[in-house]
Ligand binder design. Structure first.
Ligand SMILES: NC(=O)c1ccc[n+]([C@@H]2O[C@H](COP(=O)([O-])OP(=O)(O)OC[C@H]3O[C@@H](n4cnc5c(N)ncnc54)[C@H](O)[C@@H]3O)[C@@H](O)[C@H]2O)c1
Length: 332
């Protein structure tokens, strides 16, 4: 009998591609996927899985866990709009932290063999880059706080209730199935949306802030290894590219890929960490991560995909929880 892997956020970028990867590569496993379609699209959900439309923050998960005898959980569902999180605090904590508590409860109750959680590099916040896993997190925004709280909660569940877990801290992941329509997150996707809609690429500040952009396809097998390998048990692991570049250089790289004279519009400086990139010794040693795809190669593949996407309406919030200090370009 096949073992069942539950993926939350299965209509999102990482969840949908991970589900597809498992269906293609792991014949002893089947996938049940949950998503409330708040930030992902039904068209992303791959063939060959059971899809359940549900909200992991509010749903009573008993029936799903009981009926499908969930073996592993890959918990990806979240709203990862880090820069917007100070303006939607309450939503951020409900959707990211309370939702994770709901998942942790179910994992404990139904004796799931391992919970894999995608935390974020956002937990490091103002720590000096490059970030190592041993650094004490100092998140700089509510999104990072929520992710750090989830991490701590999962570890406590491990200590008190014997839940096995692996916590990954991915960073700036991009690729096919990314939400390029959301105005507040995924900078490479935002630029693609802007170019398709005859707008200039927008950059907050002068573009000197550094990030390391990680191609999703390089992360899929390591994510599976985080799920099944004994060595990944109760480990916190940074995952993603080693190559840090400035946001301005990333914009220039995308301009080369698109082959067009895209304009760049510089916006006001926003509250964000200047340099955010990590070291990856653990991902390489434990998960077999390889930084195989250059930004140019990854962007070329993503752009080919982006050009073929339907014209979707831009995702914008109707109202924020607070407007105080809101950036000009996000004002209502
Ligand atoms: N993409 C990155 O650069 C990156 C970096 C670090 C961490 N992460 C984390 O990885 C995970 C996946 O990220 P992604 O880039 O695939 O994002 P994504 O937005 O593409 O996917 C997240 C999915 O979760 C769903 N979702 C959100 N709230 C939900 C809820 N309450 N109930 C059910 N479904 C819900 C959304 O509809 C969406 O389909 C997230 O936890 C994110 O915080 C992503």
């Amino acid at each position: 009998m096949k073992k069942t892997v539950l993926i939350t956020g299965v209509a999102g970028m990482i969840g949908s591609r991970m589900a597809e990867w498992i269906v293609s590569n792991q014949k002893d496993y089947q996938v049940v996927g949950i998503d409330n379609l708040s930030g992902g699209y039904i068209e992303n959900v791959p063939e060959g899985i059971l899809f359940i439309q549900a909200d992991v923050a509010t749903e009573n998960l008993d029936q799903i866990f009981q009926e499908h005898q969930i073996y592993y959980v890959l918990h990806f569902a979240a709203y990862a709009a880090e820069g917007l999180s100070p303006f939607i605090r309450k939503f951020n904590y409900t959707n990211n932290l309370v939702a994770t508590a709901n998942i942790v409860n179910a994992c404990i109750k139904y004796q799931v063999k391992r919970l894999v959680f995608t935390s974020s590099m956002a937990v490091y916040g103002h720590s000096p880059a490059p970030f190592r896993e041993i650094a004490v997190p100092q998140p700089a925004d509510p999104y990072g706080v929520a992710k750090y709280a989830c991490e701590m909660d999962i570890q406590i569940a491990g200590e008190q209730h014997g839940l096995d877990w692996c916590i990954l801290r991915p960073h700036n992941v991009y690729g096919q199935n990314q939400n390029i329509w959301d105005k507040y997150r995924n900078v490479l996707g935002i630029w693609m949306y802007q170019h398709i809609n005859q707008q200039a690429f927008s950059i907050f500040g002068d573009g000197s802030q550094k990030r390391a952009f990680s191609y999703l396809e390089d992360c899929l097998e390591p994510l599976w290894n985080a799920t099944v390998l004994p060595a990944a048990s109760k480990q916190i692991i940074n995952i993603g590219s080693d190559t840090e570049i400035s946001v301005l250089t990333a914009a220039q790289t995308l301009k080369e890929v698109i082959g067009a004279d895209a304009q760049i519009q510089f916006l006001e400086q926003r509250h964000e960490v200047q340099n955010a990139y990590s070291t990856h010794e653990k991902a390489i040693a434990i998960l077999g991560y390889k930084d195989s795809t250059s930004l140019k190669e990854g962007l070329t593949a993503m752009w080919e995909w982006a050009k073929k996407q339907p014209k979707r309406k831009r995702m914008e919030w109707d109202a924020y929880e607070i407007d105080n200090g809101m950036y000009e370009s996000w004002k209502k």
